[in-house]
Design a protein around this ligand. Sequence first.
Ligand SMILES: CC(C)(COP(=O)(O)OP(=O)(O)OC[C@H]1O[C@@H](n2cnc3c(N)ncnc32)[C@H](O)[C@@H]1OP(=O)(O)O)[C@@H](O)C(=O)NCCC(=O)NCCS
Length: 138
Amino acid sequence: MTKISPASSDDLPALVAIAAECGLEVDFTAELSRSYARLLVAREAGVVNGFLLAWRAADELHLTDLGVTAARRRHGLARALVTELFREDSRVIFLEVRESNAPALALYGALGFTELDRRARYYSDTGEDAVVMQRLLR
Ligand SMILES: CC(C)(COP(=O)(O)OP(=O)(O)OC[C@H]1O[C@@H](n2cnc3c(N)ncnc32)[C@H](O)[C@@H]1OP(=O)(O)O)[C@@H](O)C(=O)NCCC(=O)NCCS
């Protein structure tokens, strides 16, 4: 049973560990203090195994980071996290994803996101393009 809820400072060690495992750099302490940040965690039997970070700007949400611990992937945690974001009173969700990130592209496609644009050589570490995706909520 997966439970989605807002993160708290008690979740910081688990969040830092998952982000490191996923190769994501997130300042969770700062995010917890930002009024416009939505930081959600996915728990299984009380254990945090995934997180989602989005920023809200006017009637838009920007999904900036999403990660699930490797041992618990393909169990619907990311789907549950993103679906929870659909409940926000917003018009649209935007995100950027590496063109090589097949799991994330498959996930977002399955959840109704469509490609809006490409940003050439957006990721400085690999020179990869970013695929810009959107999902309308209303
Ligand atoms: C991308 C990521 C968040 C997916 O998390 P997850 O919890 O494993 O995803 P889910 O189990 O909710 O998958 C939901 C659907 O997405 C698609 N999907 C997810 N992972 C997939 C994969 N490896 N290959 C193909 N499709 C995939 C499938 O349609 C899947 O539904 P199904 O399992 O019923 O076929 C996870 O692989 C991850 O943490 N990767 C590293 C960090 C990252 O790339 N984050 C995203 C960019 S910030």
